[in-house]
Design a protein around this ligand. Structure first.
Ligand code: SF4
Length: 260
């Protein structure tokens, strides 16, 4: 989906976030009000994004082509034996969402539930990510969600450099098809890998970054690093939740999504 800048169709679509996320929603509103008072908008709606060009737009036919291209890449990934993680996996978790998405979320690697279902972010952290996306006025189907690694590391250990290197081409090819306007990297491993940096997420989050030239048409794509939903669940404080919501609000502004 290509978002229309400040399209009226998005108005009023921020859902009532329920259950354990009530506090997150309250905090989000507080942060929103604070930002309004301070005028803290990084990229005003409608401003050109880094890496954005007229060639980045796609019509319905292009979207079908992208879906077909991603299906081919996924079929290839499902046969992949480039690293040892292929031996312990139940499923390759390629990614899912709108093949023509303006916004892509990238995490580290599949966990146990993701490996079982073959879908990204479907465990507890995934539930929180879904609520975060909904709070932006979107659905999971409006965006694309993927991980740096397509197979689960044993016991959810941190991926090895050799595994990230082996899997890298899958992700680059995936992004080269989608060509999003904004990428949200979640957590340290995904952020450091995508930005090719040793700087940690605590220093990078909330500050727009530019994607290195990792593949055709991808150099300069706007990147917003933020905390991983699993970290938010572990550090469920108003401060952490407010920072994540602030990061997502910057993404909303950049994509022309209304704050309502
Ligand atoms: S993690 Fe990536 S490189 Fe390793 S086997 Fe899975 S798909 Fe292939």
């Amino acid at each position: 989906m290509r978002f229309g800048f400040a399209s009226a169709g998005w108005a009023g679509r921020i859902p009532a976030v329920s259950d354990g996320a009530d506090n997150l929603y309250d905090t989000a509103r507080q942060v929103l009000d604070t930002e309004r008072r301070l005028g803290g908008v990084f990229l005003p709606a409608g401003q050109t994004l880094p890496g954005e060009s007229a060639g980045n737009e796609a019509g319905p036919g292009d979207a079908q082509d992208k879906a077909a291209a991603l299906a081919t890449l996924e079929a290839d990934a499902k046969q992949c034996t480039r690293c040892g993680l292929c031996r312990g996996r139940n499923n390759v978790v390629f990614g899912e969402g709108d093949p023509d998405a303006d916004l892509v979320f990238i995490g580290e690697a599949p966990g146990q539930e993701e490996d079982r279902q073959g879908r990204p972010f479907v465990g507890r952290a995934g539930e929180l990510l879904t609520k975060m996306i909904q709070a932006m006025g979107l659905t999971r189907e409006d965006v694309y969600i993927a991980n740096v690694l397509k197979c689960r590391p044993p016991n959810n250990r941190t991926p090895g450099a050799d595994e990230i290197s082996a899997c890298w081409d899958h992700l680059v090819a995936q992004l080269a098809v989608i060509r999003p306007k904004v990428i949200v990297t979640m957590g340290n491993p995904a952020t450091k890998t995508m930005l090719d940096t040793s700087t940690g997420i605590t220093r990078l989050r909330g500050r727009w970054q530019s994607l290195p030239m990792i593949g055709e048409g991808l150099g300069g794509t706007a990147v917003m690093p933020t905390f991983h939903p699993a970290y938010v669940l572990r550090q469920y404080t108003a401060d952490v939740r407010g920072k994540v919501w602030s990061d997502l609000q910057q993404v909303m502004d950049a994509l022309g999504l209304p704050r309502t």
